[in-house]
Design a protein around this ligand. Sequence first.
Ligand code: ATP
Length: 355
Amino acid sequence: MSVVTISNVTKAFGDVVVLEHFNDEFKDGEFITLLGPSGCGKTTMLRMIAGFEKPTSGEIKIDGTVVSSNKTFLPPEKREIGMVFQSYAVWPHMNVFDNIAYPLKIKKIPKDIIHKKVMDILEVVHLSQYAKRIPAQLSGGQQQRVALGRALVAEPKLLLLDEPLSNLDAKLRESMRYEIKEIQKKLGITVVFVTHDQVEAMTMSDRVFVINRGVVQQVGTPYEIYSKPSNQFVADFVGKVNFMKGTASGGKVSLTGIGKDIPYHGGLKGNVIVTIRPENIQLVEKDTDTLEGTLEKIYFLGNENDCFININGVALRTNAPSHFHDTLKVGQKVYLKLKDYLVHEDDGNNEEITR
Ligand code: ATP
């Protein structure tokens, strides 16, 4: 069953259209991420689902009920949605227990039921032993878990998360990603998560909507958007990538500037862009079908090396295993093999990729 149905939703502020023709259904228990650069319209979509903004046109349903259309508008408090935002927004004067209990207290739920529900949620968000502390006595991650607990305690069908991890330090952010994902799976709740961080999107989502300038560019599982990006924007926004110009004809692409052909059996002809992830460019021994380049820069990242290679003026980036660091030297010749590349039509729009 669909928890959220979005039909042809467009939003404009004055003359400026910030979101165009958004259409989809978020299924029960799905973890949906809206991913895109600053200003792409992802928060606006979330705010329309929450009821803080009205769509300019189109319709939104939650759990089968129309909540926004040109005839209907249900305010946020009637939508029964849990929400957590970037700022923790926990009550500083209330202890953890009371913070989480708050949404139930204002609903006038009997005390013993509140006690049971809060104790259960404290366990879910791993804060049972902190029930009596006030937020100032907690770390950022713990405060964010209080906010999460407060959003979950009323058992909403839908949880909206707007960059909830961006105020946390890198280590905490990583562990919270997994925690939120585990909580979501355990409770079977539908989540709509907004982020500009592709790693967050990849690690947590069932489906990712990649948005640029108000337009959904691709919808897919993290693996699909990473391995089969539908255009250059998606390829570039989701991970590291190389683009090479080429000309497609008769079973091959001739790589412009590089002076080599690579096999291609798709239907495109003429000017194309070859898209390849760094990990699909392998450093190998010299062979008849290898590309020859010069290692221009190498950066040690710990688990691997980030290598920048120049082939006749064409720059390519690849990864080399950690232990190559001692043997690879800047300026040396290297030999490359390309695998799992994609070929897209060259729409001449190569400068359009924005971050
Ligand atoms: P960020 O990651 O920076 O929050 P975002 O992708 O969430 O970005 P939105 O906040 O949805 O982007 O904003 C989309 C566009 O709409 C932006 O250009 C923004 O300036 C504009 N916008 C948002 N709210 C309003 C408003 N109330 N009035 C006018 N323009 C707005």
